[in-house]
Design a protein around this ligand. Structure first.
Ligand SMILES: Cc1ncc(COP(=O)(O)O)c(C=O)c1O
Length: 381
């Protein structure tokens, strides 16, 4: 095997397109110089369609969790009551961040692998009128569920005064989102997933309603103060030194997304999800989620007759293919395949075919090529 060839099929970080690698190698510039301002000026309008908003998309240097924490410290105050919709480990992370800030957390936990049931949320909101915010995860990366964020936004708008805050880290840029039309108040994401960049940039956008709360919020904050980012981006700059190399890369990413067309990008992800799912179904290997709640960016597989970690080890050692395992309560029970960002149907075929060989290696009886064939047929149909 080629020593330096790696197949990265975890749900982030995701592979980086060669042209983005090249762009990130640009000569360094001064972050207060005219070149940096010109770069940010070019990025600003082009991020908005990805979020489905007319609002400014703030750019901060940090990982996705920085953007989650930014949403929390700017939107709610210690003692406020909030509802966290937990469908896996990243909903749980929102709860932990809120608890760290002394926020009064109510949780609605769904079984891991299931999407949020909007009717339960509706009832909960009617019974708890004092909630200041509702937090949800769009794609719950730990389970491969895509939560019904559009419907949830509608429920929150109609049944409470709460802000609706969404973690879109593992799907914004790969799935449709209409922040303004759907009524999302704060939407955040990170750079190392559908944005096809290394980790290091995070993004956040807020509705007019959210900005009013942010202005009135007295929670102590400095690096994560959204007002600072907004005031600076209005002058095409950032409050602190940005990860300039990633901004060079981001410009190229936006070019790639625009060239393919966002609708085509979304369709490609949906197709990769369908191909992946059809392959495992053809082998009668269980999937964690239903078709209806499956995410176009990550598929979780829950086998019953082979060891997940043995498969992952064989894939890594023999084929240099990385897939993810389960987290927390799903550790050792599922594996997760990322198909987002710089990933095509051809990559999916390769991944499935390698997994079939690895399954044979670890002793699972299997008809070679059956999953690949199912994925091919899904593609052609
Ligand atoms: C849905 C979701 N939220 C938040 C995060 C945290 O992002 P980071 O690891 O960049 O801090 C991740 C990362 O996997 C994620 O998938």
């Amino acid at each position: 095997m080629l020593a330096d060839q790696q197949f990265l099929r975890i749900p982030g970080p995701s592979p980086i397109p060669p042209s983005v690698h090249l762009a990130m190698g640009n000569t360094m510039i001064g972050h207060r110089d005219v070149e940096a301002k010109s770069l940010i000026e070019q990025l600003r309008p082009r991020l908005k369609p990805i979020f489905g908003t007319k609002e400014e998309v703030l750019i901060l240097t940090g990982s996705g969790t920085a953007a989650l924490e930014m949403a929390v410290v700017n939107a709610v105050e210690p003692g406020d009551e909030v509802l966290i919709l937990v469908t896996g480990s990243f909903g749980d992370r929102f709860a932990k961040i809120c608890q760290a800030y002394g926020i009064n957390v109510h949780r609605l936990d769904m079984a891991w692998g299931e999407a949020i049931d909007t009717r339960i949320v509706e009832t909960y909101l009617q019974q708890n009128p004092t909630l200041k915010a509702v937090f949800a995860t769009y794609c719950e990366t730990s389970t491969g569920v895509l939560n019904p964020v559009k419907e949830l936004a509608n429920v929150v708008r109609h049944h409470s005064e709460a802000l609706f805050i969404v973690d879109g880290v593992s799907c914004v840029g790969a799935v449709p989102v209409q922040m303004d039309n759907w009524g999302i108040d704060i939407l955040v994401t990170g750079s190392q997933k559908a944005f096809m960049l290394p980790a290091g940039l995070a993004f956040a956008a807020a509705s007019a309603r959210a900005w009013k709360r942010i202005e009135e919020n007295n929670t102590p904050r400095f690096y994560l103060d959204m007002k600072k980012y907004r005031d600076n981006i209005n002058n095409n700059t950032t409050p602190f030194t940005p990860a300039l190399s990633l901004l060079f890369g981001l410009k190229q990413v936006l070019q790639l997304l625009e060239k393919e067309g966002l609708e085509n990008v979304f369709a490609r992800h949906k197709l990769m999800m369908q191909m992946t799912r059809s392959a495992f179904k053809a082998h009668h290997i269980n999937l964690l989620t239903t078709d209806e709640s499956a995410s176009p960016t990550v598929t979780a597989v829950k086998p019953t007759d082979f060891q997940v970690e043995e498969l992952r080890k064989t894939l890594k050692n023999e084929f240099h293919l990385s897939i993810a395992g389960g987290q927390q309560q799903l550790k050792g029970k599922i594996f997760r395949i990322g198909h987002m960002g710089y990933c095509s149907p051809a990559d999916v075929l390769q991944t499935i075919s390698i997994i079939e060989m690895a399954l044979i290696r670890i002793g699972k009886p299997l008809e070679l090529g059956k999953g690949v064939e199912a994925a091919q047929k899904t593609y052609l149909s």
